[in-house]
Design a protein. Structure first.
Length: 286
């Protein structure tokens, strides 16, 4: 799709970026700015104005990359369906997971200032995103104040997510980091109208381990420990929070019980984080 100059209507036309055949195959029929604004919870939408601007919709299959680290940034993306992980690759090839992005959240905006993506985004499941070209976004935001507000709120939420990462990493113990991660995920699920207690983890244990900065085996032990202490019920990627007050209270500690089991042995039974018993701790896989 190309721009057409018209003196009567000097408004930008939103276009999908299609540098190769593979990306063309992923581009669906165009949606509208109105649909994007509804997704993002905008108020007082001017439907006549929003319907006048087409917005590209892209399909991204599970495991596929939406954009690669170091590539030229041409568009920003609003997640309509599905979820993604944001990663950065170290010089030795290790992929560090920096965060997880869900429906109604923004991807690629951190590339606007540099002109290239500092991270990569990989779909954790079959997903769809609204794609808006960077060269159009600011002009369009001036013409549609609702979009300008949506952008500010989305970026603010990203800054809050960065603070959440810092909060997770501030915990010394792996089991506390996992507890904080699950509490944060529960809050995000509740904010988007889903169950805060029944979680389906789209990311793998390896992804969670990378995000938490611990080994894969340590994450597995931490899940087992939180389950043994009565906080969770875990069935592969299905996680049910059985006792949110206890999980939240445990997440507020800094040192966990896996790294210092003597603390657990010294605690009275009714002070344990859950309905655990001393003999349950010995049953947690090593």
């Amino acid at each position: 799709m190309t721009h057409t100059e018209n003196a009567a209507t000097p408004t930008p036309t939103l276009r999908a970026t299609r540098p190769d055949a593979a990306r063309q195959a992923d581009t669906l029929a165009a949606s509208t700015l109105t649909e994007l604004l509804r997704l993002m919870g905008a108020e007082a939408i001017d439907s006549a104005l929003g319907d006048a601007y087409p917005v590209a919709m892209r399909r991204v299959r599970a495991g596929a990359t939406l954009y690669h680290e170091g590539t030229q940034a041409e568009s920003i993306y609003f997640v309509n369906i599905g979820s993604f992980k944001s990663i950065r690759t170290a010089e030795d090839g290790y992929e560090q997971v920096l965060g997880f992005v869900r429906r109604g959240e923004l991807l690629g905006f951190d590339a606007v200032c540099m002109g290239q993506h500092p991270t990569a985004a990989i779909a954790l499941e079959d997903s769809r995103v609204f794609s808006v070209r960077i060269q159009d976004i600011f002009t369009l935001a001036q013409r549609a104040p609702a979009l300008d507000r949506v952008l500010h709120l989305a970026v603010s939420r990203q800054l809050t997510a960065r603070a959440d990462i810092a909060d997770v990493m501030a915990a010394v113990a792996a089991d506390v980091r996992l507890a904080r991660f699950l509490v944060q995920m529960s809050e995000r699920m509740q904010a988007c109208g889903q169950s805060p207690r029944r979680l389906y983890l789209r990311m793998s244990r390896s992804d969670i381990a990378s995000y938490l900065g611990v080994a894969h085996a340590t994450v597995s032990r931490s899940f087992s420990a939180l389950a043994a202490w009565g906080c969770l019920r875990v069935n592969n990627r299905d996680v049910e929070i059985l006792d949110m007050p206890r999980l939240r209270a445990f997440s507020r500690s800094t040192r966990g019980l896996i790294e210092d089991p003597s603390r657990l042995m010294a605690m009275p039974v009714d002070a344990l984080p859950g309905s655990a018993r001393r003999d349950q701790f010995s049953a947690v896989p090593a």
